[in-house]
Design a protein around this ligand. Sequence first.
Ligand SMILES: [Zn+2]
Length: 300
Amino acid sequence: MTQALYRGRFAPSPTGPLHFGSLITALGSYLDAKSQGGEWWLRIDDLDPPRVAPGAIDAILRAMEAYGLAWDGAVQYQRQRGEAYAAALAGLQGLGVVYACACSRREIADSSIGRPGAPVYPGICRAGLAPGKIARALRVDTRGACVDFADRLQGAVMQDLEREAGDFIVQRADGLFAYQLAAVVDDAELGITDIVRGADLLDSTLRQVYLRRLLDLPLPRYLHLPVAVNALGEKLSKQTLAPPLDMAHPQPALVQALRFLNHAPPQALEGAETREILAWAVQNWSVARIPAVRSMEPQI
Ligand SMILES: [Zn+2]
């Protein structure tokens, strides 16, 4: 298989149906790929079976179809990829950067060096487990890791991982692989060249960049879009009761999402078919038009 010059992906977690916030990410990612003649793949991040909502995968696929967001290739499912994640974890262990951690959530919160609600693990178990302690999760050592990358919209992004994120989990206490590891392995194996996601995931991207460097995987290009927030500054999500996308009438939300990305279609197109609106947006897509901020309130 020849490697595409541009291969993007949209990777929703099936914790519920798509809402306006997810539409912005899907649309930005789709338009960026299609405006460059690229491929656009769909991956269902169903790594954590208890969090998969009944019917959510089907609802996501139907919403993508209703909104005209046609993907290339077969849908990818993370739940089928355990062997690849195990191989990557073994690779990290071979580098001597993974260690077992016996700490409970409570112990970490009590000894955290981070902000309240965002505990930074201070490396308690790096030197080995205290007698009688049982290994729970596996963590990656972040000592000396200052990570940076150039984002196409947000500019230079950098972080002292040890101080600001801490040694993070690569395999959880319940045996599931951590999302950061799975995403890196999947993106690399599919040959994803461009990742377009919400700016709320910048911290997640920094951890993924670190894992890619450790595993000697090439870095994709990154574009972190502004995230839609409500009047309280909360991200639109299932938790903040963002309604599911209207499947019967996709045009209004589609136009609103384009407006959010500062790509409002001409008025003549507002009553047009979904595919005509999308065709216009592919033709007119320009990252330079997107507001270079991390979050914004949508205009109603
Ligand atoms: Zn620990």
